[in-house]
Design a protein around this ligand. Structure first.
Ligand code: FEO
Length: 178
């Protein structure tokens, strides 16, 4: 059974994960608006992953006897000056999320809630990957600079990214067809 404090902290983090999804969807729409379909697709996959992060936490709260609460989602930024500016924000944002996840793990430790601390290890590991991938993409966009042909090549390459549900995660546990 989750403590009230733990439930509240998990609900807040689920809200931040949903905000991350919203932020990346906003970036996807920005890339659509400047006709960079590959980057729009990469961001859409990223938004999907953040939605999974949200739902995994939502499911955990419920399965642990807590009450999932839908907090208001902040409106993300609408436009960026360049792809580089957007990917710089991805990198900054992911580092900030890592800090939030570590603080959440700290709450679980303070509450002596080993089950939640163990659940959060997946997020800690995921953040290592998220930081790595955002760093890799930022470097590609940086290297392309203002060179239009190089940016188009990055757009094509990043457009290859495919969405995959994490192993063992079922977004629709009560059934449904994709
Ligand atoms: Fe769910 Fe990218 O942090």
């Amino acid at each position: 059974m989750l403590s009230e404090k733990m439930t509240e902290a998990l609900n807040e983090q689920a809200n931040r994960e949903l905000y991350s999804s919203y932020l990346y969807l906003s970036m996807s729409a920005y890339f659509e608006s400047i006709n960079m379909k590959g980057l729009a697709s990469w961001m859409r996959v990223q938004a999907g992953e953040e939605l999974v992060h949200t739902m995994k936490m939502y499911d955990y709260v419920i399965s642990s006897g807590g009450r999932a609460r839908m907090l208001a989602v902040e409106e993300p930024r609408f436009a960026w000056g360049s792809p580089l500016e957007a990917f710089q924000q991805v990198w900054d944002h992911e580092r900030a999320v890592t800090g939030l996840i570590k603080a959440l793990a700290g709450v679980a430790e303070a509450e002596k809630d080993q089950a939640t601390r163990s659940f959060l290890q997946w997020y800690i590991d995921e953040q290592v990957e998220e930081e790595e991938s955002s760093d890799m993409v930022l470097n590609k966009v940086k290297a392309a600079g203002q060179n239009e042909a190089a940016l188009q090549a990055v757009d094509r390459e990043l457009g290859q990214r495919k969405f995959k549900f994490p192993r063992g995660f079922n977004m629709f546990p009560y059934g449904g067809t994709p």
